[in-house]
Design a protein around this ligand. Structure first.
Ligand code: IMP
Length: 178
């Protein structure tokens, strides 16, 4: 089946406003005394992460690191198996970590990942997701910062892809079958 772009679900302005609010929440929660390691999950969350960290005040100690894990192949179902393709550069032991993910769907990817990162003994670990497809949850995941709750429909843009395509869109759009 062929797919094409559908209507906009979240415009670039709506996303930008929410990203600012989330950054304010994070800045208030951690303050200036704590250093934070913001861990982005490649590839989708890279777009969201770079926007959100640039909204944090200059006097907060922020480090950025990335991990690449397997989630979807070319279809729309999560395998739930997390394979690490690229690991963090630095240790997170004793650090305040915020994991940044583009979307939580079944929750399988994030819950596996959280378990894995908690095994590395960070001082604290919080989760920040741009989108939450809450209706699809198969396993409970504690989301500390959430951009938007969205219905159970496939979306692309602002880092999110369908089979590698459409990550570069500024707005988030539905994908529809032709
Ligand atoms: P989960 O393990 O089912 O929670 O899947 C999370 C991953 O599924 C995300 O990191 C995305 O890569 C992918 N995903 C889930 N829904 C969508 C969508 O609507 N558009 C693009 N990717 C999605």
């Amino acid at each position: 089946m062929a797919y094409r772009l559908g209507e906009v679900i979240l415009s670039r302005d709506t996303i930008a406003r929410r990203v600012k609010e989330l950054a304010e929440e994070i800045a208030n929660d951690y303050g200036k005394d704590k250093s934070i390691v913001v861990v982005g999950i490649l590839t989708g969350a890279a777009f969201f992460l770079t926007d959100i960290v640039r909204e944090l005040p200059e006097d907060i100690d922020v480090r950025v690191d990335f991990m690449s894990v397997a989630s979807y192949g070319d279809n729309t179902e999560s395998s739930g198996v997390v394979r690490i393709f690229h690991d963090l550069k630095s240790s997170i032991e004793g650090k305040h970590v915020i994991v940044v993910e583009d979307i939580v769907d079944s929750g399988l990817t994030l819950s596996h990942l959280i378990g894995l990162l908690e095994g590395r003994h960070p001082e604290s670990l919080k989760v920040c997701v741009l989108l939450d497809k809450y209706e699809r949850r198969k396993t409970e995941v504690k989301v500390d910062y959430c951009g938007f709750r969205i219905p159970d429909k496939f979306v692309v843009g602002y880092g999110l892809d369908y089979a590698g395509k459409w990550r570069h869109l500024k707005d988030i759009k539905y994908v529809v079958a032709e």
